[in-house]
Design a protein around this ligand. Structure first.
Ligand code: SAM
Length: 226
């Protein structure tokens, strides 16, 4: 994300302070750690107002989700920061995101990873996000329209995978496309019941462990998968 400083810088910094305050509270109650400095830096840099509908620009730096059309949302900044932090992205990593939505999360990941692959099931949103990311100069993001349940086998394996819509179970194709030692962050549960943000890890011996992080509320993972 080449642009720095610029418009709404003070608002963005305030939003990041709120994100850090939320993270401190979560750390107290569920034991997750504070958001790492590299994630904070990415959140301070990426201009969220470029990813929301024009009428919502004045609300872009509130620490809350916003509608982006087609019944979908751009996630709350705190949740973006927390999920990104849980991925422990290192420079050069290859990362997969399911649910491109506005492209904001992909742009945050692009600050930290070597390459980001992102899949969106709603064609209009996917195309719009792809054009936006290109226009903003995010050259290390590849976006496509499709059902993310099946992942992106041609680009696999991934160091980490983030699913930004709630699934009933962890999609087996995504487990297969995760590297050994890799991490996946995914909300599990149904639309009307409590969902849990889960951290799934594939250990070096290939075994899978999972840990519940926080109750969350996401739009459902759709598509024709089982
Ligand atoms: N990460 C997005 C952002 O930064 O704006 C927000 C994602 S929004 C909470 C969830 C997105 O997942 C929606 O855009 C939705 O259309 C998409 N989605 C739902 N099911 C999907 C699937 N099976 N494959 C790919 N995308 C899916």
């Amino acid at each position: 994300f080449p642009a720095q400083g610029g418009e709404f810088e003070a608002e963005r910094k305030k939003m990041v302070r709120e994100v850090m305050a939320d993270a401190a509270v979560t750390a107290l109650y569920v034991g997750s750690s504070a958001i790492s400095p590299s994630v904070i830096k990415a959140m301070e840099k990426v201009e969220r107002h470029r990813f929301v509908p024009s009428g919502l620009v004045p609300l872009a730096y509130l620490n809350r989700p916003l509608p982006i059309g087609h019944g979908q949302t751009i996630s709350q900044p705190y949740i973006v920061a927390l999920m990104t932090d849980l991925m422990k992205v290192k420079p050069g990593d290859r990362v997969l995101e399911i649910g491109t939505g506005s492209g904001y999360q992909a742009a945050i990941l692009a600050e930290l990873a070597g390459s980001v692959y992102s899949i969106e099931i709603i064609e209009a949103l996917g195309r719009e996000a792809d054009a936006r990311l290109k226009a903003l100069g995010c050259r290390n993001v590849k976006a496509k329209v499709g059902d993310g349940y099946y992942g992106w086998p041609e680009a696999a394996p991934f160091d980490s995978i983030m699913v930004t819509a709630a699934a009933s179970h962890v999609p087996p194709p995504l487990i297969r496309q995760l590297k050994r030692g890799g991490r996946m962050v995914i909300p599990l549960g149904t639309q009307f019941l409590t969902q849990s943000l889960m951290l799934v890890e594939k250990k070096q011996d290939g075994s899978i462990t999972s840990r519940q992080i926080l109750p969350v509320r996401f739009v459902p993972l759709t598509g024709g998968h089982p």
